[in-house]
Structures are given as C-alpha cells and as structure tokens.
Design a protein around this ligand. Sequence first.
Ligand code: AMP
Ligand code: MG
Length: 375
Amino acid sequence: MIGGNLGDYRFREVCQNMETKIVRIRREADAFDEEEEEGLRQAGETIKRGGLVAFPTETVYGLGGDALNPESARKIYAAKGRPSDNPLIVHISRFEDICGIVEYLPETAEIIADAFWPGPLTMILPKSDKVPSDVTGGLNTVAVRFPSHPAAKRLIAYSGGYVAAPSANVSGRPSPTTAEHVVKDMKGRIEMIVDGGKVGIGLESTIIDLTAEVPCILRPGYVTREMLGRVLGKVDTDVTIIRPDSTETPKAPGMKYRHYAPAGALVIVEGEPHRVVDYVNRRIGADRACGEKTGVLVTEELRGQYEADVIKCIGSRSDEEGIARNLFSALREFDEEGVTRIYSESFSSQGLGQAIMNRLLKAAGHQVVRLQTEL
Ligand code: AMP
Ligand code: MG
C-alpha cells in the first residue's frame, strides 16, 4: 500500500548512488577497541551532520538520522520509500534524556523503564515541541526506545542523544537482521552502515501506548503482554492485533501497511501437523505442475516431511526465540532463491508466538488456510 507524501519517491530517485561506508563492530562486543570506537564516532558525526547511518540494535538493524532535524526525517522516509504518515521511533542512550522530548512522563513510563529498559520496548508518549512533526508523522505523540545494544547506545550518544530509526529495510520488505540485509536494501542510499553481525532478537520492539487510560500494546514483540501485565496490572491490546481480520484502523499507523513480504506468494497453513503436511504437499504438487518454484517455512519437528523445492527450517517449536531470530532471514532467502509459492506452518498466539504470528500474518497479507480438525 502506498500513501503519504509522493515527493519522497522523487528524492529516492536522486540518492541511489551515494558511497556507503561500512564499519565493523564485533558481534555483541560491549567494550570497543580503538578502531571500533573511531567508527562509531564517525557514524555519530555523520548523523549530527544530517546524514543517515544503519546500525545494529538488539531487535533488528535501524536506519538512523538526527531525530531533532526534520530534513533527516525526510531523508529516512526517502531512503526507505516509507510513507511519511508512518512515524519514526526516537532512540535514546540514557533514560534521563527522555525528558527532552516528552511533554510529561506518566508514572507507567517509569514502571516500564525500570522493568524493561534498556531493551526491546517502545513507549508512545505525549511529545514536546522539540520533536519535529516530520518525525511523528504529524501526531502529537512520540515513540521512544532505549535500546540495550552497546554499539547502538554508543552511536546514539555520539549523535547528540536522539536518533530517529525505523528498521533499515526498503519499506514493505522483511526487517534486516544482518548487515548483509541492510547492504542489499540500502547500499547507495545512505552514508554509512555499522556491521555488528546478526542481531540477537530478530523481531522489532514491542510498542506500548501510555497516553491511553489503560496502557495498550500496539505492536507485539519480545516483551510480551504477559510480562507487561505483571508490572502494570491492566494492559490492553489493540484489537487489530488480537483479531487480524478486524476492519478497525490500527493505532500504530505503520501497522496498517503490508510488511515483511517476500516476493513469492505466502500462505500460512494451520491445523494438525499431519494434515498440514498432507495439504502443503498436495498444493506443492499442483503448483509445480503450473511451473511455480515452491518453498516451505517450517519447524525442525516436521522438516523432513515436505516435498518443496526449497525448505527453510527456522528452528524447533520448543525454542520460540530461535524462531523469532530466523524468521526475517528465511523470508528474504526465499526471494534470493526465486521461490514463487511459499507455505508456512503456523505458530501459537501466546507469549512470543503472538509477535511471530503478527509478522507472519502481515508477510502473508493475511492469507491463512485453516484445516478442519478430525472428529
Ligand atoms: P519501525 O520503525 O519500522 O519499527 O516502525 C515503527 C512503528 O512504530 C510503526 O508501526 C509506527 O506506526 C509506530 N509508531 C511510531 N510512532 C508512533 C506514535 N507516535 N503513535 C503510534 N505508533 C507509532
Ligand atoms: Mg519497519
């Protein structure tokens, strides 16, 4: 779906041949050697000067620009081809810096920060005048996150303290979980990429709106509803997440767009394991007869039973964190192998499974086949 300011797209045409410098940081290093430190300092200077730098966080790679500079926000939208009504998350590197960008801090924000910051959680708060409306898509709220990734924190501090950073993918594509994914989408469009290897979590942050009377989850992520409930008591979840076929508009503007999508047509198949395998293998046979290249996105438990051309196993059902970490990579790999029809197993909608299913449903454009249970 395309919306927002089409001027963005003209800019995108102009900035595709930029030289993109790559600096490397050891994966999960929490102290940096001289060369790494110098790379992060240069990256910070680049952001301060109004340039864009992609960098690793614990969730996915972000595409960072100065959050207090409206021109940087416009460049981010242009580089991603992102509709400009889809606001950006502002990243900070010290909790106290939040005071500069919010109008006031509700008590719930302090409770959540104590429990989950630094970490994979974003809070929606009333914005101060300091935050340009280009960053918030015209909303009077701002999304704030304090990441735990050491290189991200260092870079944000070197950049002046406030970095607007959406995921560093071309809009609509799966979020990048390695620097190679970022190179594929962003080389030539941005000044620098900080390569910190594969990220730890692999799904974007949980988003919670603290401006509502009852805190409300707008995007599920690594910090689950159950975890938030334990510290807050009452927590709502945006209806569009619980019932993905709802006709309501999601409260996080970005959640209304098709996302994470591989180029091939993706269908999720839900049901008892042996029925899922039978159904998928039958469909694969029919697809092949029509000249399609077929793929399946499966778990360890059933991987040997599928007859597709390309089989991507994203881990064991007993390890949801592993599944989360591998999901976006696998979706991108189907594209690289030219797969045109993809079938995926389905996941539980509890705990981290809710975030996994949310991303998968979006990637599939909500194409789900539900197989009847045998009576
Ligand atoms: P990304 O940066 O690609 O992880 O996407 C950021 C997500 O945060 C999108 O779904 C945005 O719509 C959402 N978001 C950012 N700012 C706000 C806000 N002020 N209110 C509600 N959702 C927001
Ligand atoms: Mg994104």
